[in-house]
Design a protein around this ligand. Structure first.
Ligand SMILES: Cc1ncc(COP(=O)(O)O)c(C=O)c1O
Length: 408
């Protein structure tokens, strides 16, 4: 496939000698200019296969032929109005999300941490409404929920919290997949109002919650009148082969933050809630300027529509299996490969040592990916990835891993 020529001249960056952007990311010296499907090109014309999807964001890949004209039309009609007035597209997207999840209502914002912040506020207000003055929320080791003060406090990673104390209080931390630990919290802490976890931990190293654990959690939450809050910011929107990852366990949460893949690249966040939480917020309790603006809503509506029309979710399951089987086959018995895990097109390959350098080596080989939790190579490509492209990922990645492991 050839690089498409951008139709308009795109503004270029000033020379590198002028670093005005704050140094918050450890970036590689690669600047991407455009993409097509699951392929992206950099300023030097080098082509990469996108195994990262903008960190689980570009559900429909790049420059999708159905999404682009819809968004162009919306830009021409209206991008932003304000929440002083009705935004009919919010109703359309909320109704669709409720249909897909079986939940009852949605609040819109613009990112994952904002959706999580709204979840934490709902949990606290839910507690206050029933007379608990100091509500506490159960959170998890290795969790990642964002980088605002409340969400980094809920996050289970001291590196992310370091330097930002005092942290927000009101969290109790437990290990994942350990129901006894949670039962112990239930016995000893009467201030708990909610349990908050990623159905599959993403930044923490692609760690799935087991189905039996989720089912046990659901029961425990019902018994104690707690909210079950499942952060599906990364694993939701079809990535695992179901609309939401918890659906594999046959349960429903009370509160579900979404973001990333919902807008295929347009910033968006959503808090979807069930009956138990649908009346917790009233007018004046929560809000945001950009949340639910017509451009973001159109991106969400069209992403879900195109996914349904083109069978994108079934593709994620089928191609995810091709990718996983390919990796398992080629890496079987390779010393230093600990585990390959995940679901659908959210896969992690855990090595027995820190492997951050693989990011750059893979890019040199023409593959975009990420490394999380120091030693887990993470693949979260667009959900339109083809089986042939999955095989190309395997062909590019396996030699990079083998070379790396043979060096140490
Ligand atoms: C599970 C999860 N929750 C929340 C967030 C935060 O989302 P955002 O970066 O859009 O604030 C992330 C981001 O990686 C995430 O993976």
């Amino acid at each position: 496939m050839n690089a498409p020529e951008p139709a308009m001249k795109v503004p270029t960056a000033p020379p590198r000698a002028l670093p005005h952007v704050l140094n918050t990311y450890g970036r590689l010296p690669i600047a991407l200019t455009h993409g097509q499907g699951c392929w992206v090109w950099d300023t030097n014309g080098k082509k990469y296969l996108d195994g990262l999807g903008g960190i689980a964001v570009n559900t429909l890949g790049h420059a999708h032929p159905k999404l682009v004209p819809a968004l162009q039309q919306q830009v021409g009609l209206m991008m932003h109005s304000s929440n002083y007035y009705e935004v009919p597209l919010q109703e359309t997207l909320a109704a669709k999300l409720c249909e897909l999840s079986g939940l009852a209502g949605a609040f819109f914002c613009s990112s994952g941490l904002e959706a999580n912040e709204a979840a934490l506020k709902i949990a606290r207000k839910f507690g206050h409404d029933k007379g608990i003055e100091r509500p506490e929320i159960v959170v998890y080791e290795k969790a990642f929920h964002g980088r605002s003060l409340a969400t980094l406090s809920a996050t289970g990673n001291v590196k992310i919290q370091k330097g930002f104390g005092p942290l927000v209080e009101g969290f109790v931390r437990v290990p994942l997949n350990d129901l006894a630990a949670l039962e112990n919290v239930a016995r000893t802490n009467k201030n708990v109002v909610a349990v908050f976890l990623e159905t599959i931990q993403g930044e923490g190293g692609v760690n799935p919650s087991r189905s039996e654990y989720l089912q046990g959690l659901r029961k425990l939450c019902d018994q104690h009148d707690w909210l079950l809050m499942l952060d599906e910011v990364q694993c939701g929107i079809g990535r695992t082969g179901k609309w939401f990852a918890h659906q594999w366990a046959g349960i429903k949460p009370d509160v579900m933050p979404l973001a990333k893949g919902l807008g295929s690249g347009v910033p968006i966040g959503a808090l979807v809630v069930g009956e138990k939480a649908v009346n917790v917020f009233g007018p004046g309790n929560h809000g945001t300027t950009f949340g639910g603006n017509p451009l973001a809503m159109r991106a969400g509506v069209e992403t879900l529509r195109i996914m349904e029309e083109d069978g994108v979710m079934a593709n994620a399951a089928a191609v995810g299996a091709v990718l996983r089987e390919g990796l398992q086959r080629e890496l079987a018995g390779v010393a230093g490969v600990k585990e390959i895990r995940g679901a659908g097109l959210m896969l992690g390959i855990e090595l027995d040592r820190p492997c951050g350098v693989i990011l750059q080596r893979a890019a040199e080989a023409g593959l975009m990916l990420s490394v999380t939790a120091d030693s887990v190579i993470r693949l979260v490509p667009p959900l339109i990835l083809t089986a042939d492209e999955a095989r190309q990922i395997v062909a590019m990645l396996v030699p990079v891993i083998k070379t790396f492991l043979s060096e140490a």
